[in-house]
Design a protein around this ligand. Structure first.
Ligand code: SAH
Ligand code: SF4
Length: 390
């Protein structure tokens, strides 16, 4: 079955003045150097390795600091390419250490990235794979955003680079890292952008660079079944599934993609995910929606559904957004739901809400700052209207 992506709302990526080398795969990097005639073809691989370490181990954004590269070559590189980071439109730090960045990749192309401490081994970075999302899950704010386009591999890697700049994690620390895990749980559906996600993971996992192991990279999907196998084979990433319901009529409403790939098909696809085992479990995400999917009977149905699959469960308290009809389940209801899962052997399945003071739910920073900018614009317009023409 083919995968279709609604491209009607997609705008073309803006072409930067100079190509940026910091988000290319090793192969693409060597090819770019040859094409620009900055290096001889027989030296390209060696030169690419040298640049790779500077860019991805040391995090350099300036060719001039690459001390083992000949001065003329550095000048030629700077002439042809850039290593610049994208612009950070907004940066917020929560009391609990959660950090959020709104990053402008190109005019009108803004994505958010969230760092959450104490998740995974040390801390996890939640990255976006698309601007907006075509999938319209009814409880998700990202699905309501008008503009949608795939992020390039470079734009995905840039989110990690920006976070590391801010966390002071260059050169790549061997131990005591603050950013130890990557989760593709920001905006967008990663399996509708698998080529770029796979390239980005190749760059992020490379041992001579950022070196975040593939086992610490998790890709979350709403259930694009035909792409699951390719995801596992190409990335060896950990899999997370946004389940949210245990029967088709309800899941059809919450995650409309379920009409295309219903639960039975999804579960079969998950069972066939390459490399699955007790050391490599699938994470099932389940958003707690008051009176919708949060009864003890549904918790039992969830346990039944996951039988025989090496699984972890993440109960996510629903994060409300302006205009939504859903509410988050009461804490007691969440605990009762979790207790059923605990009795079935699933340890601590509730994801505690983080960064509440900075609206840490993915999809919310962007809308908040758009609102702020809109109100600033309105103020300016009012001020202009009130100012008598001179
Ligand atoms: N598109 C992918 C990955 C991004 S969404 C997917 O759906 O899996 C990451 C997770 O956040 C998903 O489990 C999603 O269902 C959940 N989510 C979306 N909106 C939410 C909200 N308002 N409150 C809580 N979780 C939400
Ligand atoms: Fe898209 Fe995931 Fe949000 Fe669904 S939950 S609309 S797939 S980002």
């Amino acid at each position: 079955m083919g995968v279709t992506l609604d491209l009607t709302r997609v705008s073309a990526p803006a072409v930067p003045a100079k190509p940026n080398l910091a988000g290319l795969t090793r192969k693409a990097l060597a090819e770019a150097l040859i094409a620009a005639e900055v290096v001889r073809p027989d030296k390209a691989k060696m030169r690419a390795s040298q640049l790779w370490r500077w860019m991805h181990h040391y995090g350099l954004t300036d060719f001039a600091a690459m001390t083992d590269v000949a001065k003329e070559t550095r000048a030629a590189l700077a002439e042809a390419f850039t290593l610049a980071r994208p612009e950070i439109v907004e940066r917020q730090i929560s009391k609990d250490g959660t950090r959020k960045w709104l990053i402008r990749m190109a005019p009108g192309i803004e994505v958010e990235t969230v760092y959450i401490p104490d998740v995974g081994r040390a801390g996890a970075l939640c990255v976006s794979s698309q601007v907006g999302c075509t999938l319209n899950c009814t409880f998700c704010h990202t699905g309501t955003q008008a503009l949608v386009r795939n992020l390039t591999a470079a734009e995905i890697v840039a989110q990690v680079q920006v976070a590391r700049d801010d966390l002071g994690e260059w050169p790549s620390p061997k131990e005591d890292r603050r950013l130890s895990n990557i989760v593709f749980m920001g905006m967008g559906e990663p399996l509708y952008n698998l080529d770029n996600v796979a390239d980005a993971i190749d760059i992020i996992a490379d041992n001579e660079g950022i070196a975040i192991s593939r086992r610490r990279i998790t890709v979350s999907t709403s259930g694009v079944v035909p792409e699951l196998k390719a995801l596992g084979e190409r990335t060896q990433a950990m899999l997370a599934i946004s389940l949210h319901a245990t029967n088709d009529p309800l899941r059809d409403k919450l995650v409309p993609l379920n009409k295309k790939y219903p639960i039975a098909e999804l579960m079969a696809g998950i069972r066939a995910y390459p490399g699955l085992g007790n050391a490599r479990r699938v994470t099932f995400e389940y958003v707690m929606l008051k009176g919708v999917n949060d009864s003890p009977a549904e918790a039992k149905a969830l346990v039944q559904l996951l039988k025989g699959i090496p699984a972890k469960i993440n109960l996510i308290p629903f994060n409300p957004w302006p205009g939504t009809d859903y509410a988050c389940s009461d804490w007691k209801t969440i605990e009762a739901f979790a207790a059923v899962l605990n009795r079935a052997g699933y340890a601590s399945p509730i994801r505690t809400p983080r960064g509440r003071d900075i609206l840490a739910a993915c999809g919310q920073l962007k809308s908040e700052s758009e609102k702020l900018r809109a109100s600033a614009r309105r103020k300016l317009e009012r001020a202009e209207a009130e100012t008598p023409a001179s």
